[in-house]
Ligand binder design. Structure first.
Ligand code: PLP
Length: 585
């Protein structure tokens, strides 16, 4: 929507003096502001340019909102009534002091009037509880770029803390946690705290996530403002993720139940009555098979691998982050590989394990997981003992367009994050809407997917969010799991002794050290439960009829996960707006 553009192309004086580079440096520098976004996901660096970008986009948007408001209104009396600004994560939270600044400095309102308007205008959506992703700005960076805003933030905090002392607690340890400015010598501005204090509503993006926000991340804020915290579970659009991505399945649905589900996904439950219909079931299977053939064609264009379309298409596509535990999936692959090597004649359900996803540019540990996947793939795919029982594929350049091609061809959806860390997930919903069954932890929206599809139509494993906290507080020792589980030990030893990387000795040493000494994301603790559940998946897959029935029931019970439902909840619970009828010619 907004782009930074220099008003002066170059400094003519510099140019005339022969300073050709300097003559365009200022133009270049100013236009850098909107050139690239930081590609980090669930990690923030306190970089000056990022704060500049945030302020640039926020300022442009607020100016535009106020310009439009002033066309119809001559005072700010109705501003909060007519305007709601939904803060999508903490990235635009500088909008709170910016609106205060505009109302006080430019529009001459009193502090109290300006605060009354501001705190009734903003609502904040939290998207993660991963600590490295919670934005904090050093006071120094903030005061260099936005000294007036910092002054306003200090005053917001002074009044807030005073109120807390009067009405809530005098416990300085609690007050320090609530404060918008973190104490100590190295003072920092906590953007989430500012967002909560400055907004009239705060929401999480799945039921479990909202509970964790209330109970674990912001318990004192929740006591001070008990009605402020609400849940709006995320959703996905059936237009992109069914109609566009999966035309074959969409056509079958249209033939049986019409097209109403496209605009009202609650209608999709009508296909539930066909679960026992032989012709419908066979068409369903044929569509999945054809989608798998199309994906095989795409894969074989880039990789010299022969893929068996009868194999389970077992798929994990998402950003690479340690908490998402792609490495646990790799442990399963090596487990299967070891079974084959132990007995090359073993009968097993063939699997094709597909990964795609990007790691943040400087996230070394996540990049090493990608490296390990490709190393394991090299060994597994070229071992004659393996044949077509097991294949591993890593597809580069993950994007929405690639996701649209992979998801309709998937049988199994890997949603295996450490419980308590995936705020919602939306990949989980896209897969289920396309008839893939989920193997997953009780995390994010997986919990609600299970509630909708029924326990018998999803494969749940692993520690619960509360059990994760308990295990860690009791002193988790990964070595105990390593010593007690010979299969797990074998896998870790293989990686540690360079089995998959004979030409690149030692490259996984850091990974192994991290696992053996800390295993922050509890891979060892969840390993056996994951393997047992994967074995259950394979067993169910051999009963094609039962599998297809579960697949149909997953799709039939996805109504809740339409983004239309999410948007409607924002409209009703937060924005207090009603639908408007649009008259088209
Ligand atoms: C849906 C989607 C995501 C989110 O996936 P999760 O599994 O929920 O993390 C990320 N990237 C792309 C390209 C997507 O389409």
């Amino acid at each position: 929507m907004w782009r930074a553009k220099a008003t002066i192309d170059f400094e003519f004086a510099d140019f005339n003096k022969g300073n050709y580079i300097e003559s365009v440096a200022k133009k270049d520098d100013s236009e850098t502001i909107s050139k690239v976004l930081y590609p980090n996901d669930t990690y923030v660096e306190g970089k000056f340019l990022r704060l500049k970008q945030q302020y640039f986009f926020v300022s442009a948007t607020l100016q535009d909102i106020i310009r439009k408001y002033k066309i119809k209104h001559s005072s700010f009396e109705q501003f909060a009534d007519k305007t709601c600004i939904q803060l999508n994560d903490t990235h635009p939270v500088v909008a709170i002091p910016e609106l205060m600044r505009i109302l006080i400095d430019d529009e001459n309102l009193s502090w109290d009037k300006a605060w009354d308007i501001t705190s009734k205008t903003f609502a904040y959506t939290n998207h993660t509880v991963v600590p490295e992703a919670l934005e904090e700005w050093s006071e120094q960076i903030f005061s260099n770029l936005l000294p007036r805003h910092l002054q306003i933030i200090y005053e917001i905090n002074r009044r807030f803390v005073e109120k807390v002392r009067q009405e809530y607690t005098k416990d300085e340890a609690v007050i320090e946690k609530l404060s918008i400015i973190s104490g100590g010598k190295d003072k920092r501005v906590r953007m989430a705290n500012l967002a909560i204090v400055g907004s009239f509503a705060v929401n999480g993006v799945a039921a479990l996530h909202t509970n964790i926000l209330k109970k674990r991340i912001f318990p004192d804020f929740n006591k001070i403002y008990p009605k402020k915290f609400i849940n709006v579970t995320n959703g996905i659009t059936p237009r992109r993720w069914l109609i566009t991505a999966n035309p074959l399945l969409s056509q079958l649905l249209i033939e049986r139940i019409g097209f109403d589900w496209a605009k009202d996904l609650t209608q999709i439950k009508k296909i539930e009555k066909f679960v026992e219909d032989k012709e419908f079931t066979e068409q369903w299977q044929k569509i999945k098979f054809n989608n798998k053939l199309a994906l095989i064609e795409l894969i074989e264009k880039e990789h010299d691998i022969k893929i068996n379309p009868e194999s389970i298409f077992d798929v994990q596509i998402k950003r690479f982050h340690e908490y998402k535990r792609q490495l646990l999936n790799v442990f399963h692959i090596i487990t299967l590989y070891n079974r084959i090597k132990h007995n090359p004649k073993i009968k097993m359900v063939p699997r094709t394990i597909i990964f795609s996803g990007k790691a943040a540019p400087a996230y070394y540990a996540a990049k090493m997981v990608i490296k390990l996947i490709n190393s394991v793939a090299d060994v597994v795919n070229n071992d004659p003992d393996v044949g077509d029982k097991l294949k591993v594929v890593f597809l580069k350049n993950y994007s929405v367009s690639l996701a649209e091609k992979i998801i309709p061809a998937s049988d199994l959806s890997e949603q295996i994050s450490m419980a308590g860390l995936e705020a919602s997930g939306t990949g989980n919903m896209k897969f289920a809407l396309n008839g893939a069954l989920t193997i997953g932890t009780m995390d994010g929206a997986n919990v609600e997917i299970r509630e909708e599809v029924g326990d018998e139509n999803i494969f749940i494993f692993g520690l619960l969010a509360d059990e994760v906290v308990k295990l860690k507080s009791n002193g988790y020792n990964p070595r105990e799991y390593y010593e007690k589980n010979s299969n797990l030990k074998h896998i870790v030893d293989m990686i540690a002794t360079n089995f998959f990387n004979p030409k690149e000795f030692g490259i996984f040493d850091d990974m192994i050290r991290g696992l053996m000494n800390v295993d922050y994301y509890l891979l060892f603790a969840d390993y056996q439960s994951y393997i047992d559940t994967q074995d259950k998946v394979a067993k169910f897959y051999t009963d094609k009829y039962e599998w297809t029935k579960k697949s149909i029931l997953n799709v039939a019970r996805m109504a809740k996960f339409s983004s239309d439902r999410s948007v409607k909840e924002y409209a009703e619970k937060i924005w207090k707006v009603k639908p408007v009828k649009i008259n088209r010619q």
